[in-house]
Design a protein around this ligand. Sequence first.
Ligand code: TMP
Ligand code: ASP
Length: 241
Amino acid sequence: MSNKEKFYEGKAKILYATENPEVLLTYYKDEATAFNAQKRGSIAGKGEINCKISSYLFNLLEKKGIPTHFIDCPSAKEMRVKKVKILPLEVVVRNIAAGSLCKQTGLAEGTVLKKPLVEFYYKNDELGDPLLTSDRILIMELATPEQIEQLRTLALRINDILSEFFLNCGITLVDFKLEFGIDSAGNLLLADEISPDTCRLWDNSEKDPNRRVMDKDRFRRDLGNVEEAYRRVLERVSFNL
Ligand code: TMP
Ligand code: ASP
């Protein structure tokens, strides 16, 4: 990896330039962080697992008409993607109350939302990724009104596709985070990754609130068996493609 030109290094992935200026190579790391990198660790095999799960889900979404940055995987931990300018927004879709929604509203964890909730957070580590409003997005010129609507529509469509897919895997898609970018032709593409790092996934065959967790909350909350849970997600996703 070392002779490649690093384009950007994030907490879970490294992006390298390639000979094609329109294409980047994403390397998925085993390192894990939580709470804006205040908690750090490593999940054995995570890079490979998340690269595989993301590639399967990007493929599934492409087949259903969602434009994504995904091209292919030249190796187990590497994904070739279309180069995009990432919008500094984290688009979160929630079907069931968990995480920061419970902390900030007092809703009980597990409350089924009457309809999916789409939220926008400012992708800015220094500010701790604060929750935004549409008006704040416009004032800060992070996206145009048309882009906000386009993002909301895409996020809800992606939620429909992924919720149905995970249900077939015996998994409830509780919530997840998406990132989008603009390619050189001006197209809005789904970018980043979709994996147990970026989704809350609950095993439908487990009732116990700790045992059912199959995602990064196992790491965030020290629930143990993190790698095993990620592997189970990969197995079920591969089996149901
Ligand atoms: P939250 O409840 O902490 O706001 O998280 C909502 C969803 O977004 C959850 O599925 C985890 C995911 N997420 C990320 O992918 N990256 C982040 O930095 C955070 C805070 C959440
Ligand atoms: N990925 C984020 C971080 O490290 C937060 C999280 O996923 O909980 O900081």
